[in-house]
Design a protein around this ligand. Structure first.
Ligand code: GAP
Length: 456
């Protein structure tokens, strides 16, 4: 590493680390990449799955007022007429008369091209939905759209879920899935892309309680990011102005994260009122109501929608976790990822490649793998191997040395403190389980010892 003094996080460092260590690659890179599309590599896919799993556990598994759904990406085209996306899901597009680059007119100042300063055309409205055709004939009657939000899959299944689960208000339907938007301007790595994933909740409530539930979800969702290690000072809540509100929203707040390029939206919490259910009832001719047994009336519930981006969450977790410090006279880059998000929970490192040590280390590795994603590394010096694991956020390294063959003990080294403890192999799994669950590192199993890695 050329730089010798610890610096702060930048987008360049995150992009470089992501590519170098196999978190995120440009899509179809061998052909020069595809603008604003990204592939998650071996470590990235683990991190992304862990983010989704943490959300699902918290939102679906952990609550009895929530059920899950996995709707298809392609939906009946009437969906988008009813939802208002065909008419309203547009951005104002302008083109530079000199260099022909295209921009969103609300993102340029003084009607001049941000790239060459040229004059811009008058804005025209550009629909952000990707269009394709169902079946072999490319004609208007066969047009379908790639969904621009997962939410509509939930609304059109409202009655199906209600009748099959017999849920009572308030209750929610949660979904994780891909969404597509033909964004005019993309960029900032995975922050704004044309293919991305959303984690959406549609929470159905009696209309008169909508404000209370809106406030509840705003705080609940903020707490989720904090519980996974995002620093409080890097989150803020921002209300939408009237002009900014989406066509379906009565009220909306963004949970913004302080990304390296500045404060930007991580998640939106909207009060969608009865807009969606009423629109789908009108366009489909089907009943989209809930029978309230207390009042003996059919009502159209209001919907509170916490809508988060998976990719933006991954980016926020990476940025927030990234740190640099001097350890043993060298710059060490560390991802202080929450253990539940870290791609690998444990790395098994034999001190040498000698056969008897390798055999013992392999046994430990095989024993731990059914429990967690575990990495095995026997190349280069132990110091270098620790640094490599620090850089990808592995919370614990287990080192097997020659003494391990005698005393049947191994060393556990912790990423953040660089503390090391020695524990019996027989107690390794239970010790790691306790540590990964957040229990104190200094609570040792019987026969354990603790010391500090030199240089910190
Ligand atoms: N159903 C409501 C909805 O889709 P949104 O604010 O347009 O609301 C919700 O999107 C979340 O989806 C955003 O907060 C962001 O995290 C993510 N998102 C939206 N557009 C995105 C894009 N082009 N690239 C990556 N993530 C995006």
């Amino acid at each position: 590493m050329a730089e010798k003094t610890p610096g702060s996080v930048t987008m360049e460092k995150i992009v470089s680390l992501s590519q170098r260590r196999g978190f995120i690659f440009p899509s179809s890179e061998i052909y020069g990449g595809l603008s604003s599309c990204w592939d998650y590599g071996p470590l990235g896919v683990e991190l992304k799955q862990n983010v989704k799993q943490a959300w699902w556990r918290n939102i679906v598994q952990g609550r009895d007022d929530m059920v899950g759904l996995d709707a298809s990406i392609l939906m009946h085209p009437q969906t988008w007429a009813a939802s208002g996306h065909l008419e309203q899901f547009t951005d104002p597009l302008v083109e530079c008369k000199s260099c022909h680059l295209r921009w969103r007119s609300d993102e340029v100042a003084d009607n001049r091209c941000p790239s060459c300063g040229g004059e811009l055309t008058e804005p025209h409205l550009f629909n952000l939905m990707f269009k394709t055709f169902m079946g072999p004939l490319e004609e208007e009657a066969n047009v379908v759209y790639l969904r621009p939000e997962t939410a509509q899959g939930i609304f059109v299944n409202f009655q199906n879920v209600l009748t099959t689960t017999r849920k009572r208000l308030p209750f929610g339907i949660a979904q994780i899935g891909k969404a597509f938007r033909n964004e005019i301007t993309t960029g900032n790595f995975i922050f704004r892309s044309r293919e991305f994933e959303q984690m959406e909740i549609e929470y159905f409530v009696p209309p008169e309680t909508a404000d209370k539930w809106f406030d509840y979800w705003l705080e609940e969702r903020r707490q989720w990011y904090l519980s996974l290690g995002i620093r409080e000072e890097n989150l803020r809540l921002r209300p939408h102005s009237k002009e900014e509100l989406a066509h379906y929203a009565k009220k909306c707040y963004d949970i913004d994260y302080n990304f390296p390029m500045g404060w930007s939206e991580l998640e939106g919490i909207a009060n969608r009122g009865d807009y969606d259910l009423a629109q789908h009832a009108k366009h489909s001719g089907k009943e989209m109501t809930y029978f309230d047994e207390e009042s003996n009336e059919h009502i159209v519930p209001y919907i509170i929608e916490p809508s988060a981006g998976v990719d933006r969450s991954v980016l926020a977790f990476l940025c927030d976790a990234y740190g640099e410090e001097i350890a043993q006279g060298e710059l060490r880059a560390v991802l202080h990822l929450h253990p539940s998000l870290a791609p690998y929970k444990v790395a098994v490192l034999p001190l040498s490649k000698k056969e008897n040590l390798a055999k013992a280390a392999r046994e430990v590795y095989d024993d731990l793998r059914p429990c967690w994603m575990v990495h095995y590394d026997d190349t280069q010096s132990i110091g270098r191997r620790y640094r490599r694991q620090d850089e990808v956020g592995t919370p614990y390294c287990v080192t097997i040395d020659f003494q391990s063959l005698e005393d049947k003990q191994v060393t556990i080294r912790e990423r953040d403190s660089m503390n090391q403890i020695r524990v019996p192999i027989a107690a390794l799994k239970e010790t790691l389980a306790a540590k990964l669950a957040g229990e104190d590192l200094f609570v040792l199993p019987e026969g354990g010892q603790i010391w500090k890695e030199e240089g910190k």
